[in-house]
Design a protein around this ligand. Structure first.
Ligand code: PLP
Length: 354
């Protein structure tokens, strides 16, 4: 049966490593748990490390776990007005880029008698959410002029490698810290600067992060031990955290595929000619993004995938594979995301990965 093996010990080692680095450098830490969806063993493990916040993208998950987690939640996806009630009830703060949404959050916070923190997202080049740096002071003045009684300005935030692979550089970091200093000079106190995701790990002990109270938001590094976009391992982090396993349900010699499109529209690469040994595995795109699975064993190659099957070429494998054999994969981010999301894929806590 296809399954996702979860090595909680390795994940815990990564959480501790990152927490130590953050503590050592005086940084506030957010663990972004969104790729683990609602998988309770990981959410509870992260909760036990006592980060400043759990970063969640779906407020429904924060709501479902509100009784079971003690760490406050930071909503990492931009709130919409119709979610405002749940956002203020089930998360303590959120990342924002639009004054009109803040109005809705303020009204909701008033209604529930709570205070809600917000960060203004600034886009320093990754071209996902956020106002451009030169627009930020005017937007901040507009927001503050509204005198929201139930909102607390927590600071400025930005994203790296979340859309266009833009990595932190001295220049783009400095544009944010300069902005914070500039706002402070005109009397707008910026309590902290929030930076994510995992590519910020390379900068945790830099002087620039130490120059202003800073929060880091980290997900992938903790759960995979790798850093986007290149997905290279980070020294000190463990990569034996998650492993995907599929089971062979058919194995036959078949002619090499003629180059064609898979049912999902992707073009499969031209492959070797002749008769190939091909196997079908018992999972498909419902359970994982096959493009984000890396076969552990040499001689195994993913050919194509559809909803429920993944076809692999095992001609080059030295193993004597048969129906029922397990094939193991390392995961990239999208496979982790899809795996935790799939209700059909069983997840199992293991002491060690096979
Ligand atoms: C997903 C996300 C993160 C975490 O990114 P990783 O690369 O997984 O560490 C941080 N901040 C925001 C706003 C996110 O959406």
């Amino acid at each position: 049966m296809a399954e996702l093996a979860v090595n909680l010990k390795s994940i815990e080692a990564n959480l501790r490593f990152i927490k130590n680095e953050a503590d050592r450098n005086g940084l506030e830490l957010v663990f972004v748990v969104k790729p683990c969806h609602d998988y309770a063993p990981i959410l509870q493990l992260v909760d036990r490390q006592s980060p400043a916040y759990l970063g969640m993208s779906k407020i429904q998950i924060a709501r479902n776990f509100s009784e079971r987690l003690r760490t406050p939640v930071l909503t990492t996806s931009l709130p919409t007005a119709h979610q405002a009630d749940d956002i203020v009830r089930y998360s303590k703060a959120s990342l924002n880029s639009d004054p009109s949404i803040l109005d809705a959050l303020d009204r909701a916070a008033e209604k529930y008698g709570v205070k809600h923190g917000y960060f203004l997202m600034v886009d320093v080049g990754d071209l996902r959410e956020g106002v451009l740096p030169h627009e930020a002071p005017a937007v901040m003045r507009r927001i503050l002029a509204k005198n929201h009684r139930n909102l607390i300005f927590e600071g400025l935030g930005t994203n790296y490698a979340c859309a266009n692979g833009v990595q932190p550089t001295y220049e783009n970091l400095n544009s944010l810290y300069r902005l914070a200093r500039g706002l402070a000079e005109e009397g707008i106190r910026v309590p902290k600067i929030s930076l994510g995701g995992s590519s910020i790990i390379h900068w945790m002990s830099s002087e620039i992060l130490a120059s202003w109270p800073t929060q880091v938001r980290i997900g992938q590094a903790a759960f995979l031990g790798t850093i986007p976009v290149a997905d290279e391992p980070f020294v000190g982090l463990r990569t034996d955290t998650l492993r995907f396993c599929g089971t062979i349900v058919e194995i036959q010699d078949k002619p090499a595929a003629i180059n064609g499109a898979s049912p999902l529209g992707e073009q499969s690469a031209v492959e070797a000619i002749g008769i190939r040994k091909r196997a079908i595995l018992d999972f498909g795109v419902v359970d994982a993004d096959p493009r984000a699975l890396i076969p552990r064993e040499s001689g195994v190659r993913i050919v194509t995938a559809n909803s429920d099957y993944t076809v692999i070429d095992v001609t080059g494998s030295a193993e004597s594979l048969h129906i029922g054999s397990s094939i193991y994969f390392d995961l990239k981010y999208r496979a982790m995301l899809q795996g935790f999301l799939s209700p059909y894929l069983s997840k199992r806590v293991v002491e060690q990965l096979s």
